[in-house]
Design a protein around this ligand. Structure first.
Ligand code: SF4
Length: 698
């Protein structure tokens, strides 16, 4: 068939959005690009949610940026600029600022939606060309607490240590803080198959979500008390003799201290703290004890808390007590959120890490990566500030004076967002690379228009640790460049003699060498293998020439954990509660989350006309609504100690009476959110703060 004089072509690739990275075909028919099924790709078997199905809507969008923009100091307005002018200007201003204030006066902010190649190149550029330690990314706000907990317990962090499909062969799945049916609908088919084969499902969430509607047991704890719930579950397992003592003795350390630490957490005490009936606490523990192939999966609800790391550690302790990690069809895992939330933290755009998921403070790791980069290890800067702390420091006496942003819309997505916006406004130079004029790009001094997913090739690592390949299906619009080109162009202007390839396959090969021997070892993975094998699971080390290639690692921890002695670590954790709890002035808990039709800051999905854009709304329980005189759909004002939001009320009986919920895809919502940080992972407390609600718009 020939349409408009051009032969149709079909390219297999993956969705631009969430961590499921659903496979899809992009079919070019004449001038149009259409999304079609890729049924053979096993993760989603052709199924796509409405975001994936409409993902080509940004191609040719009238708001698509196709020329660099430079803010005119005289008028304060943007004007179009050529690429040379824009990159020359950025490089010259950065050099001036560094000459005056040192390397750390420049900061770099990356994103969990960037390909592995971009994340790697960005980290290398920051550390070898800019020589700044000030680099972190928005994935810090995604599931860094779960990553920290997994590293502490298992010595290794891969969101799911098993393929997602194993959900179907489990006999019990406990979802803690995940609304899978709305956030990644194709994944919910695994839950449906679990249920169809007689498996049980438990959902822990302050809201009775569409995911909870599928469950056998729903527990609705007070936001911020998931940790106490886990302590109560473990207490009951200990009290009823359900602990797998053989496994605990053979494969863990520290369990006796943990066992003692939960003594006081009787289910009745858990009920007082969490609001979950004591009988339900016991029921969950009994279900776990009765199902040898149980899976505990945590997500943002449990993780985006100022005690997020400890909360995940508490649930991992439950899993270890039952001997689940490493058992086939069982275990603990984290359902990552952003498209490359997993790969984004493995290749060096994180403040504390070098490629291969290596610590930047490890001399051996520094030496290895320095050799691949061709630099002296001593010149690689040390650990920088975490994402929120970096933004808070902007424009302060000892903080960065300039910021380069790639793949992130901080103005919408940061906690206490109006404070962050003030910090951005105080900068001497803000540079944003994006596909549209996002709220953050609109504040920039220079905006660089970059390619979007269908226009470029690169790898992502999905929530299973499966490295997949997004393939270019169409050429980018004239005037648009890849982030890799931008990075190479800036490195060149800084006079760097280092190699910054713009061919993603070359970058991937270098990334593989840099990761070799690290925890996330990609050195045996190639683009060809990914194409042939529907993705390759890391770790996948290179093998000597002539030897069979490493098959990749679908399942982790079958025989040993990635700790020096091979045993998992049980950690004593204490329930501290949320940093901010209701009081007379702010009597409700506020929690936030996602809706089906939108993704993250909404910079992409809000611009796709086929996706309904409701704007923010405030879910409130009917009893609270009646008390405050609020009707469904009426305008209400939600206030926290950081700001207020006027939006329509949605009166629902699916939420706890003491809690309100707002989806976060729009500017203004995260202004309300508390910036209290988890001490270990530096995760902000997105999921709970105190709030007041009143009828009307003032
Ligand atoms: Fe895309 Fe996620 Fe929807 Fe799949 S579930 S189509 S990856 S947004």
């Amino acid at each position: 068939m020939v349409v408009d004089g051009r032969a149709p072509s079909s390219t297999t690739t993956h969705c631009p959005y969430c961590s499921l990275q659903c496979g899809m075909r992009l079919e070019r028919v004449g001038r149009t690009l259409q999304v079609a099924e890729w049924a053979e790709f096993g993760v989603n078997e052709g199924a796509l949610c409405r975001k994936g199905r409409t993902a080509t809507g940004l191609r040719g969008h009238r708001e698509r940026l196709t020329t660099p923009l430079v803010r005119d100091p005289a008028t304060g307005e943007f004007r179009a600029a050529g690429w040379d002018e824009a990159l020359d200007l950025v490089a010259a201003r950065l050099a001036e600022i560094q000459a005056e204030s040192g390397p750390d006066s420049i900061a770099v902010f990356g994103g969990g939606g960037l390909t592995n190649e971009k994340a790697y190149a960005l980290g290398k550029f920051a550390r070898t060309v800019l020589r700044t330690s000030q680099i972190d990314y928005n994935g810090r706000w995604c599931m860094s607490s779960a990553a920290t907990a997994a590293n502490l317990s298992f010595g290794l962090d891969r969101g799911l240590p098993f393929p997602l499909r194993d959900v179907e062969t489990a006999d019990l799945v406990v979802l803690v803080g995940s609304n899978m049916a709305e956030t990644m609908p194709p994944a919910a088919r695994h839950l449906d198959r679990l249920r169809a084969s007689g498996g049980r499902l438990v959902v822990v969430d302050p809201r009775r979500t569409p995911t909870a509607e599928r469950a056998d047991l729903v527990l609705q704890p007070v936001p911020g008390t998931d940790l106490a719930l886990a302590l109560g579950v473990l207490h009951h397992l200990v009290a009823t003799g359900a602990v797998d003592e053989e496994y605990v003795a053979a494969r863990t350390t520290g369990f006796d201290d943990v066992r003692r630490s939960v003594t006081a957490w009787w289910p009745e005490q858990v009920e007082r703290v969490t609001g979950v009936p004591a009988d339900d606490v016991r029921a969950l523990a009994d279900l776990l004890a009765a199902h040898p192939k149980a899976m505990i999966l945590t997500a943002r609800g449990a993780e985006q808390q100022s005690q997020g790391t400890d909360t995940v550690l508490a649930w991992i302790n439950v899993a270890l007590a039952l001997g689940l990690p490493g058992r086939e069809g069982a275990g603990w895992g984290c359902l990552t959120g952003q498209g490359n939330g997993q790969g984004g933290r493995e290749h060096g755009q994180k403040a504390d890490q070098l490629p291969g998921y290596r610590s930047i403070e490890d001399p051996a790791a520094r030496a290895h990566v320095a050799e691949v980069w061709g630099v002296d290890p001593a010149t690689i800067p040390g650990k920088g500030r975490s994402a929120y702390e970096l933004l808070e420091a902007l424009g302060q006496a000892d903080g960065p004076r300039s910021l380069l942003v790639f793949g992130s819309n901080i103005v919408v997505s940061a906690p206490r967002a109006s404070h962050v916006t003030e910090r951005l406004a105080s900068l001497d130079l803000l540079v944003v690379a994006d596909i549209v004029l996002s709220e953050t790009a609109a504040m920039a001094d220079v905006v660089l228009p970059v390619t979007q997913w269908a226009e470029e090739t690169g790898t992502m690592t999905n929530l299973e640790g499966r490295v997949i390949l997004r393939q270019r299906a169409v050429a980018p619009p004239e005037g648009v460049r890849s982030d890799l080109d931008v990075i190479a162009g800036l490195a060149h202007r800084f006079g760097s003699s280092l190699d910054f390839p713009t061919d993603p396959e070359k970058v991937f090969a270098e990334l593989g060498r840099a990761s070799a021997g690290g925890l996330a070892d990609y050195s045996g993975i190639t683009y060809d293998r990914i194409r042939d094998e529907q993705g390759v699971f890391w770790p996948c080390p290179a093998t000597p020439e002539g030897a069979a290639p490493h098959p990749g690692t679908t399942h982790l921890f079958a025989d040993r954990f990635a700790t020096p002695d091979g045993r998992a670590r049980c950690h004593v954790v204490e329930h501290r509660g949320a940093a901010e709890v209701p009081d007379a002035d702010y009597p409700l808990h506020l929690t936030t989350g996602r809706v089906l039709a939108q993704y993250q800051s909404g910079a992409q999905t809000r611009r796709i006309k086929e996706l309904p854009d409701s704007g923010p709304f405030i879910e409130v329980h009917p009893l609270v609504a009646a008390r405050l005189g609020i009707d469904d759909g009426s305008l209400v004002t939600l206030t926290t100690r950081r700001g207020d939001l006027r939006a329509a009320a949605k009166v629902v009986d699916t939420i706890r009476e003491d809690t309100v919920f707002v989806p976060f895809h729009w500017a203004g919502v995260n202004r309300l959110v508390n910036d209290a940080l988890d001490p270990r992972s530096r995760m902000p407390e997105f999921k709970v703060c105190a709030a007041a609600l009143k009828v009307g718009g003032h």
